[in-house]
Design a protein around this ligand. Structure first.
Ligand code: SAH
Length: 246
């Protein structure tokens, strides 16, 4: 189960933190590490490898990609981490709830990703908008930002604890769409709104974030998404056939 839970580090500045994350993961039996556009890695790989201590194997096996979308493309459940509540309210869970959600999905064969942000500024609102849930580690309210590797350690510990307790469920497993399929759907929706001339007072960024939140909450099955995409396609075709009123 833990092999289907991916840790994604976004735009990490300090290679030492990357090494410390590898160590924290290996301690807790996690192994899938993806680095999105790290700032000084692999240029300063020796710093990372020395901090990884006995977890160099995990670091060597890590993958480097250019964007968060690439890192999560085939994932069914995406969870973002954040030290603070953001402007757009997203469903927030604590580390134990995060581990329960992740282990339930990974245990039934789905791929899960947990995103960790930049040391200074965390994850952007656009990156958080790719996530089904946010996880916040409870802290001193006046000093809430943990070092990124320490944050990975807390989440990884909860994942391992839950993985030891979980027994295989008997409920029928649901198949849900991947992050890549979700992006395809959102792109289709945005394009259709344009074609049919839908307008709203909100800025288009804000509106699209609200729509993302709505459809992420629905956790669609592939068939359900295909029905909606069929409706979008028919709406576009209808619009093209119907001349615009002057
Ligand atoms: N000012 C930034 C802090 C970045 S700390 C922010 O508000 O997000 C670097 C990363 O460590 C964060 O992006 C997050 O992935 C993780 N992190 C730090 N403190 C955390 C906390 N209390 N809960 C969850 N994740 C945390």
């Amino acid at each position: 189960m833990l092999s289907r839970i991916r840790i994604v580090l976004v735009n990490t500045s300090h290679p030492g933190n990357i090494g410390a994350v590898a160590r924290a993961m290996k301690n807790m039996c996690l192994s899938d590490l993806v680095l999105v556009d790290p700032v000084r890695y692999p240029e300063e790989a020796e710093v990372a490898f020395s901090r990884a201590s006995g977890a160099q194997d995990l670091l060597s096996a890590s993958r480097k990609v250019a964007t968060v979308e690439e890192a999560i493309e085939e994932c069914h459940l995406v969870i973002g981490t954040s030290a603070r509540q953001r402007t757009v309210r997203w469903p927030v869970v604590d580390p134990h709830e995060c581990a329960l959600l992740a282990s339930e999905r990974a245990g039934s064969g789905s791929q899960v990703a947990i995103l960790f942000g930049r040391e200074r500024s965390g994850l952007t609102n656009e990156e958080l908008a790719l996530c089904h849930y946010l996880v916040q580690i409870p802290t001193n309210p006046d000093y809430s930002s943990l070092n990124v590797a320490m944050a990975v350690q807390v989440i990884a510990y909860e994942l391992m604890m839950v993985s030891q307790q979980s027994v295989s469920g008997t409920e029928a497993q649901r198949e849900s769409i991947t992050a890549g399929q979700f992006e395809g759907f959102i792109g289709h929706l945005e394009e259709t709104m344009e074609v049919i001339g839908f307008s709203d007072d909100r800025s288009s960024d804000k509106l699209m974030r609200r729509l993302r939140r709505l459809f992420l909450r629905a956790d669609m099955e592939p068939d359900e998404m295909n029905i909606l995409r069929g409706i979008l396609k028919a709406s576009q075709e209808h619009r093209v056939r119907t001349p615009r009123k002057p």
